[in-house]
Design a protein around this ligand. Structure first.
Ligand code: SAM
Ligand code: SF4
Length: 337
């Protein structure tokens, strides 16, 4: 699938649920979200039909996200069925890691290729505060389980929020002894500014990836350790995403930076997003969406194909993220990041 700006779209991110077992302060309100009626959520059969048609059109890679995808029952079965679809070469998962250790062996058996684990800090107390009650030990066990299961690459993502004062150096150093890809993501203006999706985004809380890298290098110098060097070409962890990678010399893993705000990568955008209620979104930062659920429930395969083409035609050339007034009003827990 080529869009009107010449980009090939071969990647689909699917949110399996809005629900989550955590309440991260930048993503969800403390009391949780209003429950979406069960019948509004796409069934696994509907998801599989959509992916089959999308794969015929050229989608090659699928990522499962949420909310927290592992709170939905039967994800292993979904992975197995996605794996069996002609054309799908890569199935990955974005998870907060809390339930990962328990699910990891069966997910791998089912055909999961890769996993991204979200973990914003290595300080157990701060982790509890950011996630409003999460236990860091569970996530660390999830990371170890992913490595033990032979998943490669294992990426660990931290959203950097200036007022949280996270220890970026300690996080980056986790890449030294184990083949972990520790990545920083700039805090994005998602959700309405009233804080209904979290505490409310503020520009003062955005810290650019360049600043984070400079802080890591300054700490390395203080500690008498060599600083980060760029990782190019085939040494980059695969996945086709927008991160830029660096590495401590001799480290087993890498340190990645995802800068949607300070260095946007719309020119390389290769994806569509399907929300848990079956809305197809051409761009993370726009509220334009196409009702795939109704078409899946009432239409033919040709109708689904036509919807994909419509969404393809609607992919904007680039987003207007710096301008919060134009950013999406829907929370990240609904779109899936
Ligand atoms: N629950 C899963 C998890 O946390 O990995 C999957 C869904 S979560 C919405 C996907 C990713 O979006 C997480 O890494 C989360 O930290 C990130 N995220 C949420 N709100 C964000 C924001 N405003 N800016 C940047 N990343 C955000
Ligand atoms: Fe849940 Fe992920 Fe949002 Fe945290 S970032 S509240 S883990 S959906």
């Amino acid at each position: 699938m080529k869009d009107s700006h010449g980009r090939t779209i071969d990647y689909l991110r699917i949110s399996l649920t809005d629900r989550c077992n955590l309440r991260c302060i930048y993503c969800m309100p403390a009391e949780g979200i209003e429950q979406v009626p069960h019948e509004s959520i796409l069934t696994f059969d509907e998801i599989l039909r959509f992916v089959r048609i999308a794969a015929e059109a050229g989608v090659r890679r699928v990522r499962l996200t949420g909310g927290e995808p592992l709170v939905r029952k039967g994800v292993e079965g979904l992975v197995r069925d996605l794996h069996a679809i002609d054309g799908i070469r890569d199935i990955s998962l974005t998870t907060n890691g809390i339930l990962l250790a328990k699910h990891m062996p069966r997910l791998v058996e089912a055909g999961l290729s890769r996993v991204n684990i979200s973990m914003d800090t290595l300080d157990p107390e701060q982790y509890r505060e950011i996630t409003r009650g999460g236990n860091l030990e569970d996530v660390l066990a999830g990371i170890s389980a992913a490595l033990a299961a032979g998943i490669n690459p294992v990426k660990v993502n931290a959203v950097a929020v200036r007022s949280l004062n996270q220890d970026y150096y300690a996080f980056a150093r986790m890449s030294v002894d184990r083949p972990l890809h520790m990545r920083f993501i700039e805090y994005m203006p998602v959700g309405d500014s009233s804080g209904s999706c979290g505490q409310g985004w503020g520009e003062q809380d955005v810290i650019s990836c360049d600043e984070i890298r400079a802080q890591i290098d300054a700490r390395a110098t203080e500690e008498g350790v060599d600083g980060l060097v760029p990782v190019e070409g085939s040494s980059r962890p695969d996945g086709g995403g927008p991160a830029r990678y660096w590495q401590f010399p001799g480290a087993a893993g890498t340190v990645g930076f995802i800068s949607p705000l300070s260095r946007h990568f719309c020119g390389e955008c290769n994806r569509f997003r399907l929300t848990s209620t079956g809305m197809l979104r051409p761009c993370l930062f726009s509220d334009d969406e196409f009702d795939a659920r109704t078409v899946l429930r009432e239409g033919t395969d040709d109708d689904v194909r036509a919807l994909l083409q419509q969404a393809l035609g609607a992919k904007p050339e680039e987003h207007t993220q710096g301008d919060h007034a134009n950013a999406t009003q829907v929370g990240m827990n609904q779109i899936g990041g």
